[in-house]
Design a protein around this ligand. Sequence first.
Ligand SMILES: [Fe+2]
Length: 223
Amino acid sequence: MFGNLFTPRYATSSLFPDGMDMHTHILWGVDDGAACLEESLGIIRRLKAMGLKGAYCTPHIMARYPDNTPDFLRRRFDQLLADTREEQFQLRLAAEYMLDNQFHEQLRRYTPLTYDGIHLLVELPQYYLPGAWKDMISSVRDMGYVPVLAHPERYGRLLQQEDFLQLARQEGVKYQGNVGSLKGFYGKSAAALAQTFHTRQLYEWWGTDSHNIAMAKRMPLKN
Ligand SMILES: [Fe+2]
């Protein structure tokens, strides 16, 4: 019952200087995130209450969701923008690309959804490293984009701390941390890694990676 008293909370403005949540699954009905518009709205309102002024929708683009082409996601996003106009919350569209066997094909066929035309958010599977993952990261660079690896603290089983530093040095990889990791949402080792990376200033950006209202509610953030 006293657990929450001792849970560290972070000032939203310290992790999000420009007030933008860099990783969310607010866009409804396209992946394992928000299931409907009401849920998108519920997440948005929670994020606003924590002092965020906007968020990137970063839906999954991976083999598991074959319909998620940039065009399809853009259409759904335009719908979301129209339906949330009253919220005074800045929504932008990017995507979270899984480094799986359809990644190269995705990049070959479609102009990717990036944060700003340059930075491309990618993720790795949780339990194994795909054989060609380093080539995939290099190919992101070769195409003129900067790879941003989502929640590196969750890959402690797959990679050593030194690997992350090397990726930053050699491949110019940037890192986006999940705020929930700091509170142990993803286990103790992810929490410890997140603290270490935070102290070592490895993170370029933070995100809540909110998939639903309950998750957004549990963020260790204070306005
Ligand atoms: Fe995500």
